[in-house]
Design a protein around this ligand. Structure first.
Ligand code: FES
Length: 107
């Protein structure tokens, strides 16, 4: 079972075991990770699931599609190269160890 690492604003890390096929957002919600509200429930319309994927893992992920990319232009925190909407990241076995940072504005 892949483990996702969520680094919070205070520097602490939450490790949550993920189900293959679930999203990184759903995994965070199930693990009670602070700062990932997912107000739209994962339909790519709220951007409250924004995360910064750690540099070491950016190349592992498929690029955002047009809809995700457009919404990333409107996130509360600055958009960075690792910015992703965690509801759009579907966990595979290759995600084991994936590390994402929760933006400071999401608490
Ligand atoms: S949960 Fe709303 S955009 Fe991801």
């Amino acid at each position: 079972m892949p483990t996702i690492h969520y680094i919070l604003k205070d520097g602490t890390t939450r490790e949550v075991d993920a189900k293959v096929g679930a999203s990184v957002m759903e995994t965070a919600i199930r693990g009670n990770v602070r700062g990932i509200d997912a107000e739209c429930g994962g339909c790519c319309s709220c951007a409250t699931c924004h995360v910064y994927v750690d540099d070491a893992f950016i190349g592992l992920l498929p690029p955002p599609d047009d809809m995700e990319s457009a919404l990333l232009e409107a996130v509360a925190s600055e958009r960075r190269p690792g910015s992703r909407l965690s509801c759009q990241l579907t966990v595979t076995a290759a995600f084991d160890g994936l590390t994402v940072h929760v933006p400071d504005t999401q608490v």
